[in-house]
Design a protein around this ligand. Structure first.
Ligand SMILES: Cc1ncc(COP(=O)(O)O)c(C=O)c1O
Length: 376
């Protein structure tokens, strides 16, 4: 049977996990070597071609339905290395305006220093997004669902627009995870992840992944071996282990998040709930089409009272940055992911001081809802 014919739940377990040919063990060994015989292939951790790195990549490539990819030491290493690999001085990048705070910060503070221009535009209306294109636009960069307001970008629409004009597309697929959304099947060129989130899934490692075509992987690898953001064998092995349970984790997180969003909609002490699985979410129709696996484990809501007090009162849900772990965590974007934005920039993307972002874990949904209700 060909690997490609299997479903995600089978691929997460078996792709890239050939086992141990020396002793017949059914899991991949950890190969910590940083020095290899070079006769067959010049193998080296910073060349992104050691056995444990390749095992992670094989699983991710199978899940994202790409051709090849690379695993990095962090999500930002994956994102910035890929961008700088396909861009050069004089190019322009068009970003959707609501981005993960770290990517926003990198765009504003790093790209201009390399002579790369950028702009940010509202992608909820594709015509507005298209109007921001310039003759030298080389890359369109999107993120959906977006952080922290869970706005939905029409992935296929952006890909169509870019292809017509010969522009590359890149997406941050962290929030959706490959379980819920496969952007390459929708026409996107480069898919990046902060693997620190759903891919790692246990809040105990940091990594990044890029999946794309063979040609672009080689182009990105040439930059990656200069910038050097490779991942060590032990962490790769943990990532591979985590990926085997990702479908189960994310399915539970999808179900929990939907149950919580529906319960919070009825709460009089909550002003608004942002979750693409809710029928009245503005992106619901598109999300249903482009997220066949589910709407994800991330949601946000605005409380009517003091958000900091609310967070302090949570007993089960932990106050913590990052997301995608088996344990539920909450943050105030104004203090965390979007703290580096000015108040005006936050206002422009609709992030208020009362906004709470929730990363839903795999606990019992009823327990989580009761915790939120008592804190309110
Ligand atoms: C959506 C998104 N993209 C990228 C990143 C950056 O990933 P990392 O922290 O692994 O570098 C994060 C981190 O929070 C994120 O939330």
């Amino acid at each position: 049977m060909r690997l490609k014919s299997f479903q995600a739940q089978t691929l997460t377990v078996h792709a890239g996990s050939a086992g141990d040919s020396l002793y017949g063990g059914i899991v991949n060994p950890i190969y910590p070597a940083a020095a290899y015989d070079y006769v067959e292939e010049v193998r080296y951790p910073r060349y992104f071609n050691t056995p444990n790195q390749k095992a992670v990549v094989e699983k991710m490539v199978a899940l994202e339905q790409g051709e090849d990819g690379l695993v990095f030491s962090s999500g930002m290493a994956a994102i910035m290395t890929s961008m700088l690999a396909v861009l050069k001085q004089g190019d322009h990048v068009l970003f959707q305006h609501d981005l993960y705070g770290g990517t926003h910060y990198a765009a504003v503070n790093a790209l201009n220093r390399y002579g790369i221009a950028y702009s940010m535009a509202d992608v909820s209306d594709l015509k507005t997004f298209a109007a921001a294109l310039r003759p030298n636009t080389r890359l369109m960069y999107i993120e959906t669902p977006s952080n922290p307001l869970m706005k939905i970008t029409d992935v296929a629409g952006v890909a169509r627009l870019a292809r017509k004009k010969g522009i590359l597309t890149m997406i941050d697929n962290t929030f959706a995870s490959p379980v819920n959304q496969q952007p390459i099947t929708l026409g996107i060129d480069i898919v990046a992840h902060s693997g620190t989130k759903y891919i790692g899934g246990h809040s105990d490692l940091c990594c990044g992944v890029v999946v794309t075509s063979k040609k672009l992987t080689e182009q990105i690898r040439q930059s990656a071996l200069i910038f050097g953001g490779s991942l060590d064998a032990q962490t790769c092995w943990l990532v591979e282990r985590s990926l085997k349970t990702m479908v189960l984790r994310v399915q539970q997180q999808n179900e929990n998040a939907l149950a919580i969003a529906r319960a919070l909609e009825k709460e009089p002490r909550i002003r608004a709930v942002f979750y693409p699985g809710l029928k009245d979410h503005p992106g619901h129709r598109i999300a249903r089409r482009q997220m066949p696996g589910g709407f994800g484990g991330m949601l946000s809501f605005e409380v009517k009272g003091n958000a900091e007090t609310f967070l302090k009162r949570l007993a089960l849900i932990k106050r913590a940055i990052s997301l995608g772990g088996v344990e539920s965590t909450a943050t105030l974007p104004v203090k965390t992911s979007h703290a580096k934005l000015t108040a005006a920039e936050r206002q422009a993307v609709g992030i208020s001081d009362r906004l709470v972002r929730l990363s839903v874990g795999i606990e019992d949904a009823g327990d989580l809802i009761r915790d939120i209700q008592q804190a309110l």
